[in-house]
Design a protein around this ligand. Structure first.
Ligand SMILES: Nc1ncnc2c1ncn2[C@@H]1O[C@H](COP(=O)(O)OP(=O)(O)OP(=O)(O)O)[C@@H](O)[C@H]1O
Length: 240
C-alpha cells in the first residue's frame, strides 16, 4: 500500500531521513518508533505530501506522491501530531468544510459527519466553536475529519498524546478495527505498550535510518536476553 524507495530528506546540511526503504502492506497496522529527532515526522510529512523528498521515491498504491498529489490525497487520511482546527468554526462546520474539500456531495457529507461524530463521541460538543475544545476533543475531531472520506491509508502522528484513558481506548480500537477491515494504518508513536498491543509490525528509526523492521516477535528472537516487552526490546536495541 505504501513504499519508500531510497528516500532521503535534508534540512540544509542536516540529514533528517537517510536513504529510507520501507514497505507497508494493505491491511497492516504499522508503527514507526524512534527517539526524539529520529526522523518519524519528516517521514510522515513526505508521505502525505507536506514535504518533498530530497531524493528517492514514495508511492501510495500505484501513485508517486510527488507526481500525483491529488490521487494520493484521496487515498490518505492524515492526523498530525498537533491538531489544527479553525477556532471560529464549530466542529460540525469544520467537518463539513473538510468534506467539501474532498468533493463529497451534501448527502454524503451529512452521512459521513454523523457516522464519525458517533464513532468519536463528538455529539455533545459538535455545535460549539472549536476554540472551546480541550486537547482531547480537538484530537478526536481531527481524527473524525481524517476518516470522512474513508481513506485506504490512515496516517497518524503520535495518536495518543494528551488523550484521556477513555479516548486512548477509543483510538486504539479504531486503529485496530480499521486495519482489520482491510485498510492500512501507519502511525508514529512513543507509546510502546500501545504499539505492542495493536501493531502488526514496527519500524525502529535512529538518525534517519530504519534499524529494524518486523514483528515484535522477530525483535524478541533477535535479542532473547533483552526481555519480552517491546519497551525493553526497543531500549536494548537503542543502547546496543
Ligand atoms: N523544519 C526543520 N528545519 C530544520 N531541521 C529540522 C526541521 N524539522 C525537523 N528537523 C530536524 O530533522 C530531524 C528529524 O526530525 P523529526 O521531527 O522528523 O523527528 P521525530 O522522529 O518526528 O522526532 P519527535 O519524536 O521528537 O517528534 C531532527 O534532527 C530535527 O531537528
Amino acid at each position: 500500500m505504501l513504499r519508500f524507495d531510497n528516500v532521503t530528506r535534508t534540512y540544509g546540511t542536516r540529514v533528517a531521513v537517510d536513504c529510507l526503504n520501507l514497505h507497508v502492506n494493505r491491511g497492516e497496522l504499522f508503527a514507526l518508533l524512534g527517539h526524539n529527532g529520529a526522523g518519524k515526522t519528516t517521514t510522515i510529512k513526505m508521505l502525505v505530501g507536506l514535504l518533498r523528498p530530497t531524493s528517492g521515491e514514495i508511492h501510495v498504491g500505484p501513485f508517486n506522491v510527488v507526481e500525483h498529489p491529488r490521487e494520493v490525497s484521496r487515498l490518505i487520511g492524515y492526523v498530525p501530531d498537533l491538531p489544527f482546527l479553525y477556532d471560529k468554526l464549530s466542529g460540525r462546520e469544520f467537518l463539513r468544510f473538510v468534506a467539501d474539500m474532498y468533493g463529497m456531495t451534501d448527502a454524503a457529507a451529512v452521512e459521513a459527519v454523523a457516522r464519525e461524530a458517533d464513532r468519536f463521541q463528538l455529539n455533545d460538543f459538535l455545535d460549539q466553536l472549536t476554540e472551546s475544545y480541550s486537547h482531547g476533543m480537538r484530537q478526536r475531531t481531527v481524527f473524525a475529519a481524517a476518516l470522512l472520506h474513508e481513506p485506504e491509508l490512515l496516517v497518524v502522528d503520535e495518536p495518543m498524546v494528551g488523550l484521556d484513558p477513555h479516548s486512548i481506548r477509543l483510538v486504539k480500537d479504531l486503529l485496530k478495527n480499521y486495519a482489520e477491515a482491510g485498510k492500512t494504518v501507519l502511525m508514529s508513536t512513543h507509546t510502546l505498550e500501545v504499539a505492542e498491543a495493536i501493531c502488526d509490525r514496527v519500524g525502529v528509526m535512529k538518525s534517519g535510518k530504519i534499524m529494524f523492521e518486523g514483528r515484535v516477535e522477530e525483535m524478541r528472537q533477535l535479542n532473547p536476553a533483552a526481555g519480552q516487552s517491546l519497551e525493553s526490546l526497543y531500549l536494548a536495541m537503542m543502547d546496543g
